[in-house]
Every structure is written in structure tokens, then in C-alpha cells.
Write a protein that binds this ligand. Sequence first.
Ligand SMILES: [Zn+2]
Length: 341
Amino acid sequence: MKKILITVLAVCLLAGCTGKKETSVPSAKPEETADPTYQIDYLVLVNKLHQLPDDWETNLKTEHFTNTVGDDVEVEVNAYKAYLELKEELAKEDIYVDLDNARRSVAVQQEIMDEFTKEYGADYAAKIVAKPGYSEHHTGLALDLYLIIDGKDIVLNEEMMQHPEIWTKIHAKLADHGFILRYLPDKEHITGYAYEPWHIRYIGDTEKAKEIMSKGMTLEGWLGEAKETNPDIILGSSEAYSDEERQEMAVLIKCQFAAWKGCQLQNIRYAGDLADEEEILKWLNENNPDCGFVKAAEFLMDFHSPKEDSGSLNPDQDYKDYQWWLGCDEEGSWQIAGFGY
Ligand SMILES: [Zn+2]
């Protein structure tokens, strides 16, 4: 799939960033398609917990163009206009960019999910591919930039990460054109994604963009959707892990649980520091032989199962103290290691 290393690809797809392009004939210029009745919610929130609104794809107006790599890229019309202005501003400072990936339809995301499921199995696919309907790239407002340095296209994430000074200059100009940096460093527990300097989001309002960027906020935080709106997460107390770490773990669980169709979350609670961590670790590593967990944590969840029989759960039933185990590898990355009774 494209010219992207598999390790990079994993990061990209998790972030919902990279995928197959849709091929399409270039359409008219934005001016020619200007429609005074065209209205979309430029502040729409689409993330691992918030699905793309049902009518989004039918209302959306987009532009297609071919980037310097020769790929077709599709962007929402006003985001595209704003992007062209940003690009022009950057060129004045000898910074050259293009778009690797912008809009991707739910249907194409489903194709990617199906391909990965076929190739690697459902569990792995669910881990590395953004769930169809839950990628911000569906909106047409999320744009992945790449750099052009000395005439050379720098498209690989790992290479792009080598130019923090260029990104800083780019980020400084985003808000003037109605864009924000979407996946900030150290905000993974809020956005669900690690830092991505290239993934920018059009929000259609320069004043709001300036406020968000100047405060270093996530869109979730600014919309009041972050942390404080997780009353169903009960962090309790811990000697082993900070509030932020436990919050991050709970959000991981919440994100995975969000995929359990029809299930109603009641709460997620930190189960307390593990007295028998060694034993739990041994067991988690046996069940996840490639993970190399060095730390473990446990949470408890109350939820209600869907009315219809889903196969794995008893229908229309309260599940109390359902257990979730998380493992942390040597790099400090937490993941879900098991759940059940
Ligand atoms: Zn992206």
C-alpha cells in the first residue's frame, strides 16, 4: 500500500491518516462551485468516540487535485481554499508543502479495514486501522501535509519528524488560515492519537483557531469534550500511576469499548494497585506473547449489554465489575491486554 514502510503505516492507519486514495476526475474550481446554501459544521468532532454524522458525506462539497507525488487528493472546498492561502504564505518563507492525504470516505476506510483483516486478522486490524466512521479524515477537513525540501518530496512520517524547526514555522501560520494542529504532543490521552505534526484540521474560523492554538488546546478540550466530560471514569487513588496515566488507560478502555455495538457504559474504575502484579504480568504475557509487558494495571467496568443477542454477551443484562487488564511495554506504551471475568 503506497510507498510507506510498514512501521510508519501502522502509525498512520492508527491515526486514520494514510490510506488508499480514491481516484477521480478533477472537478471545478472552488469559485465555480460556490453555493450560498452550502453549510457544514466546521467544528464537527470526529474521533475514536465520536462518529461522523450520518448526513455528512451527502452534504459535503469537495475539490480534487493531483499532488507532486502524482496522487489524487480530495479536500472540502473551503478547507482547500484556506490551504492554498496557507501554502502561498509558507512559500514566502521558502517552506514548500503539499497534501499527502485529506478526505477519505467511510467506504474506503472499510475497504482498508477489510484488507487488513484478511491479511492480519481482525484483532490486529482493529488495533492499527481506524474504525470506519471514526476517522477525522472522513470530514474532508483533516489534511496531512508533507514537506518538499530542495525539490525532494518528504512523505515518510519518520523523515518528516526530522524537521521540527520547519513544523514549528508551519504551525505558527495555521490559525491565520483557520487551521489548528490536531494531534498535539502529550495529548494522546485526550485525542486518542500520538503527536502528528502534519495532521492539520480546518475549523473555518481564524479567531477560534487562534484561541485554540494559543492555549495549546485539543479540539476535544476546547469543545468541552475532554477529561472533565468523562464522569464515567473513576480514577480512584494509586501509588503506582499518576492521575494522567490512569486517565489515559481508562480512555484506552473506553475507546475499545466504544466499538462494542449497542453496549451502554455505566462506569470504568481503577481497580487499585495490584498486590500480585508479577503473577498478573506472567499471565498477560502468556496471553499476549509478542507484547513484552513489564507493568500491568486493572480496571473494573459496569455496563449494560444490548437488547439484541450479540453472540458473546447475554442480551439486555447488567454486567458489574467486568475486568479489564492493561499491559505496558518497555517503551512505556500501554495497551489492552485482556478483558472478561
Ligand atoms: Zn491525518
